[in-house]
Ligand binder design. Sequence first.
Ligand code: NDP
Length: 239
Amino acid sequence: MKRALVTGGSGGIGAAICRRLAADGYFVYIHANRNLAKAQALVEAIRADKGQAEALAFDVTDADASRTALEALIADAPIQVLVNNAGIHDDAVFPGMSAAQWHRVLDVSLNGFFNVTQPLTMAMIRSRWGRIINITSIAGLTGNRGQVNYSAAKGALHAATKSLSLELASRGVTVNAVAPGIIATDMIDGVFNKQAIEAMVPMKRAGQPEEVANVVSFLASEQASYLTGQIISVNGGMI
Ligand code: NDP
């Protein structure tokens, strides 16, 4: 049974990805930071559906804590599907953006990508099969007012996706990004109202976390074996 790790599995999109990968037959490690109880509740729900899962928690901005947790995880076998989904936004128009807002957002999304991915890569390479899927954002493709920090982090992840895909392509490891538009989770509560969504999204609705998870499921599968270095945006036609 292949093992998958989903960072930010305690959040809205991450939880949908965990449920979907468990239904696809993976053993899923559901990662959390502050909300380990949510990840544990999801483990119970997955087990009730005859899936296999376990919860774990660490702060992806803490390189040492991340490495320690991950090395324990791969002591006997590699993680073969890694979904880098943990992320935050902290919006402000640029003249009013504090250095703390800038650094924190980049620290979670971009340095977190490094802290989690790097320790897992060699074992994946040795096994000659792997899937790295980065959850980015449409903001990393188009930019967004009030999100210079967030779009910089996500845009950098797009570039990292492409570079890492080139390094790993000949080793059976694919690296892709999924860039959601507006997805109905806690993250967008209070950010977009119904009218704003109707104005911005040709499909006139927010996406569901499951609609992101469907794409992740495909990218993780054998069917996606010739697909690497790509950014697939799930956005209801926004771009
Ligand atoms: P949520 O706020 O629901 O979830 C965020 C997740 O990230 C949580 O599981 C949280 O863990 C985890 N996390 C935050 N900080 C850290 C940290 N320092 N270390 C480890 N984990 C951390 O967000 P969504 O589910 O909506 O978003 C998931 C991803 O999708 C993000 O990368 C986001 O940028 C991206 N995205 C979301 C969109 C949307 O419209 N919702 C649109 C485009 C992209 P915990 O709660 O346990 O602390």
